[in-house]
Ligand binder design. Structure first.
Ligand code: ADP
Ligand code: MG
Length: 248
């Protein structure tokens, strides 16, 4: 399988404090990777740094995406290359509806205008799959949305943008059983229709049930402490993270 994302010896800091220390990992096209680790291990930081958040400064190493060194590219340019992140805490945007936001994001990412009719068709098909009422399209993005609705809106964005690699940061946390099922259905549809790759940051197995996990990475204190296949997920859930501390 050809390489899509290659992270080499990546270190990153915020406010002069180094939070990631020499992280390396490679994701092949269409692969599904899982990142696990205790609270504060650096999982969200890793996602944000891959996405190019200005909050963090890369102090060492590099990020290669689709053969191109993107280490110093802006987040919007990375999005145009096909990178996507679903945030742990999606932001609310008053004054911009879900439909306006998504149409704009799609046009930004593809660099093409899309006819309103074509866009609406695409949008409503994805909303139906996610069991979202059509009226959500005209509501301000995430404003007054419940936790579950915000996560669904993130998956809606994933389906509309169809990136080459999606990073899902605890998209399943705080969701009830039915919402996890719906969100999983959206993720499966993303895989099925685009063949895109995934990095899933999670604490649960439920969201992974319908996915074939190629590799699991355990983060501990900003370092990769262990790596393995799909079996590592269950090992962590049964025995916790302690066993991996210091394995690096
Ligand atoms: P996780 O997602 O694994 O729970 P995070 O990546 O959110 O962990 O955080 C890892 C560590 O980095 C934490 O100690 C957190 O407080 C710190 N951190 C994250 N972002 C910042 C920031 N912008 N400024 C300062 N410290 C940060
Ligand atoms: Mg986090």
């Amino acid at each position: 399988m050809s390489e899509l994302l290659k992270i080499e010896g990546l270190s990153a800091a915020a406010e002069d404090v180094e939070l990631l220390h020499g992280v390396s990992l490679t994701v092949g096209e269409g692969e599904t990777h899982v990142v696990m680790g205790h609270n504060g291990a650096g999982k969200s930081t890793l996602g944000s740094v891959i996405m190019g958040s200005p909050e963090y400064k890369v102090t060492d190493g590099k990020i290669i995406f689709g053969g191109e060194d993107i280490t110093s590219l802006s987040a919007d340019k990375r999005a145009r290359l096909g990178l996507f992140i679903s945030f742990q805490n999606p932001i609310e945007i008053p004054g911009i509806t879900v439909a306006e936001f998504l149409r704009n994001a799609l046009e930004q990412v593809t660099g093409k205008r899309i006819k309103l009719w074509d866009f609406k068709k695409k949008l409503y098909a994805a909303m139906e799959l996610l069991e979202m009422d059509k009226s959500y399209a005209d509501r301000d993005l995430n404003v007054g949305f419940s936790g579950g609705e915000k996560k669904k809106a993130e998956i809606l964005q994933l389906l509309i943008l169809a990136p080459k690699l999606a990073i899902l940061d605890e998209t399943d946390s705080g969701l009830d059983v039915d919402a996890v099922k719906t969100v999983s259905k959206g993720i499966e549809e993303y895989k099925r229709s685009t063949g895109g790759a995934l990095i899933v940051i999670t604490h649960n197995t439920r969201i992974l049930e319908a996915l074939t996990v190629d590799k699991t990475h355990i983060l501990s204190s900003g370092r990769i402490a262990a790596e393995g296949g799909a079996e590592l997920v269950n090992e962590v859930i049964e025995n916790g993270f302690e066993q991996f501390a210091g394995r690096e």
